[in-house]
Ligand binder design. Structure first.
Ligand SMILES: C[S@@+](CC[C@H](N)C(=O)[O-])C[C@H]1O[C@@H](n2cnc3c(N)ncnc32)[C@H](O)[C@@H]1O
Length: 411
């Protein structure tokens, strides 16, 4: 008889499943992607999986690009997928190799004037943009966007655009707060916008100089593409998958990264909403997009949903979201299994959640669902325990939820 896999505490992972330790790490810290993990987690897992230079790794939810960047440093090839165009852009821009001398040539183009604003540079008329930026700040941002759009070389243009996207939150009246964007009056003077941008770009060029030295002898391909984890096809099979999907905690990435998305990736609110509806059902606005064949809903899900309904939650769509989340994750795990080489490994970082005080053991449920998708569950390492949301804490007292790394192999 095989032993059942139970979540076990593993020392040393706690710091690794958050991006905090990379706040000072060049390139990794170019854009605050709060829902990511650390470079060290990827290197540790790659070592545990025995990955060698030249291996191929997939991240089907690439977010801030941590997996791809860390793989690049190790000489491991990688492909990232994400449904959010901003994440694809961020991952690709972080993983390109730049010539700092060429980058510096453009610094003089941003002298702070705004007389060249072209008619075709504008921002979609979406409420959050008007709340986020004062008229003066918006004008400076448009000036910078216009100057960047005139850079011919695509990679250099993207580099500068990432710098601009990187200051948006700072110069706005918003703040990323858990699962949404909060309005906070900061009243940043318009005259600070261009200096903040130049400071950011200079820091990024400095990072490129440091990073290039470390990558001198390394040769690896990394590329991120716009795709849906539930339905993608790559001609390639991978040695490993290192990833972290959205957690079923109602966080909506199209809102959290709303400023970035509106600034350069969507033309209007309808486009943004379409992406929102298409994301994995980890929040209540996402919609069912794919039928799953072969999925047998684990019985525990019905029991949990009944308890959540009984406990009462402040949004009636939460029970449906919980069911939809696991169905979507089944589809994603089927795709992952299809794209793994025999013997290939998956590491998936995920957190348990609570609704109405009811604990949902996302890690062990996904462990079982992965087996339905044809994978063999190897381990569930508990990395740390996280506090519940302020809202839940008030009502249900402090009941931490575990954040784990679920490991499977492909037979
Ligand atoms: C937890 S984040 C990934 C963080 C990443 N591992 C890192 O270190 O930066 C989850 C990502 O899943 C993406 N996502 C949501 N639904 C998706 C889908 N259906 N297909 C692919 N990506 C999706 C989100 O846009 C988000 O970037």
């Amino acid at each position: 008889m095989t032993r059942p896999i139970r979540p076990i505490n593993i020392k040393g992972y706690s710091r690794l499943v958050s991006p905090v330790m990379d706040r000072q790490t060049p390139v990794y810290n170019w854009h605050a992607f709060k829902h990511s993990y650390s470079r060290e987690l990827v290197t540790k897992l790659a070592r545990e999986f025995g990955l060698q230079e030249g291996a191929w790794v997939l991240d089907p939810f690439c977010g801030g690009g941590t997996t791809l960047l860390a793989c690049k440093e190790m000489g491991i090839n990688s492909i990232g997928l994400d449904i959010l165009p901003f994440s694809v852009f961020l991952t690709n821009t972080k993983t390109r190799t730049y010539d700092p001398v060429a980058l510096k040539k453009y610094l003089g183009r941003f002298d702070g004037g705004n007389k060249y604003i072209a008619k075709n540079v504008s921002l979609p008329d979406i409420e959050i943009i008007n709340k986020a930026f004062s008229g003066g700040v918006k004008q400076k941002l448009l000036y910078l966007k216009h100057q960047i759009s005139r850079i011919r070389d695509v990679e250099t243009r993207n580099f500068y655009m990432l710098g601009l996207l990187g200051i948006l939150e700072k110069v706005s009246n918003t703040e990323k707060a858990g699962g949404f964007l909060r309005i906070v009056k900061k009243n940043v003077p318009a005259k600070n916008v261009v200096p903040k941008f130049l400071e950011k770009i200079e820091k990024m060029i400095d990072d490129v100089e440091k990073f290039n030295k470390e990558l001198e002898f390394v040769n690896a391909t990394s590329n991120a593409e716009l795709a849906d984890s539930r339905k993608f096809s790559s001609g390639r099979k991978f040695d490993a998958i290192i990833t972290s999907p959205p957690y079923p905690n109602r966080h909506d990435y199209t809102r959290i990264y709303g400023l970035e998305m509106i600034f350069d990736f969507v033309k209007n609110n309808d486009e943004l909403k379409r992406i929102r509806y298409d994301t994995l059902r980890s929040h209540v606005e996402a919609r069912k997009r794919f039928e799953s064949s072969g999925y047998e809903k684990p019985a525990i899900i019905d029991r949990i949903v009944a308890r959540v309904k009984k406990a009462g939650v402040n949004n009636s769509k939460v029970p449906e979201m919980i069911e939809g989340y696991f169905e979507d994750m089944f589809l994603s795990l089927v795709q992952m299994q299809k794209h793994l080489k025999p013997g290939g490994k998956i590491a998936l970082v995920v957190s348990n959640v609570r609704f109405g005080g009811v604990n949902i053991p996302v890690d062990s449920i996904l462990g079982k669902i992965g087996e339905q998708a044809g994978l063999v569950l190897k381990d569930i390492h508990i990395a740390r325990h996280r506090g519940n949301s302020a809202q839940q804490m008030g009502k249900f007292k402090r009941k931490p939820s575990r954040e784990s790394i679920v490991i499977w192999s492909n037979p």
